[in-house]
Structure formats: C-alpha cells, structure tokens
Design a protein around this ligand. Structure first.
Ligand SMILES: [Zn+2]
Length: 144
C-alpha cells in the first residue's frame, strides 16, 4: 500500500511541500495506533505519540465534499480562475484514511449536479508559474 521511510525530517508544511515538488504525496503515520495524517502531523492526537514516521500515500481516494469557487483567492486568480472560470475545491478521503482538501480536476464546474460525493479520484501534481515562482500544488482528478 505505502512505503514508510525513516528520514527524520520534521513534519512541517515546508517538508510536505518539498515532497509535492518531487510529486510525492506524503503523510505521517503513528506506529502505535496506525492512524495516518495528511498533511502530516508531528504527533498523534489519538494516542499522543510523538514518534510518527513519514509514509508515502497512494494518492487514491474518493471525493468527500466539494464547492465551486467563483470568488478566487489571489493564487487561483493568477492561475486564471475566477468569476468567468470557476473551479472546484474539494475534500478527498484518501485510501489510507485521512481527509485532505485540494482542487478537484476533471469535473464539469458548469454543472455541479454532475459532481457526485464518493467519486473515485487520484492525486495529481499541478505545476504553476515559471522559474523561481514555480510551485507545485496538490490536486485530485476524477477517474473516469
Ligand atoms: Zn497514535
């Protein structure tokens, strides 16, 4: 299912983002109760353990909820989204358990009724910007 690594990197947003740049979706897993967190947490709120380990997630999941966004934040405006070109933002329940929010691709935002909770999705890595402002964003696309 997934591969654990004991790289000893702190479970920070920066580390999570650096993995995204490498097109890896990483979470943290509690070795005591097995709970997986994504984005990663440094400790387990379930059993209070602090020795979590990195785990690479499959990227497979299903759509848990979604919204169509027409009033976009700056980063999405810069990517060409907004009132004339709304996008879908959703929460995905990953196969390993955790829920994570991201842009949902491959859906018809003009017909939101066609978007169904429970649709299977897979992680995609969205590259935006060029040169030093190039960034990698997590997204999910619906599997046809
Ligand atoms: Zn735990």
């Amino acid at each position: 299912m997934s591969e654990a690594s004991a790289i000893g990197t702190a479970f920070t947003g920066t580390a999570f983002y650096n993995y995204l740049k490498e097109h890896q979706l990483m979470g943290s897993r509690c070795p005591h109760c097995g709970t997986v967190y994504a984005p990663p947490r440094p400790f387990c709120p379930t059993c209070l353990a602090a020795d979590l380990e990195w785990v690479e997630l499959s990227g497979a999941g299903k759509l848990a909820s979604y919204s169509i966004i027409a009033v976009a934040p700056t980063a999405m405006l810069e990517a060409g989204y907004g009132r004339e070109n709304p996008y879908c933002s959703g929460v995905v329940e990953l196969a390993e358990g955790p829920r994570i929010s991201a842009q949902i691709l491959g859906v018809d935002v003009a017909h939101p009724e066609s978007i169904v909770v429970g649709m299977p999705v897979r992680a995609v890595f969205i590259e935006r910007g060029e040169g030093e402002v190039r960034k990698t964003f997590l997204g999910f696309e619906v599997i046809a």
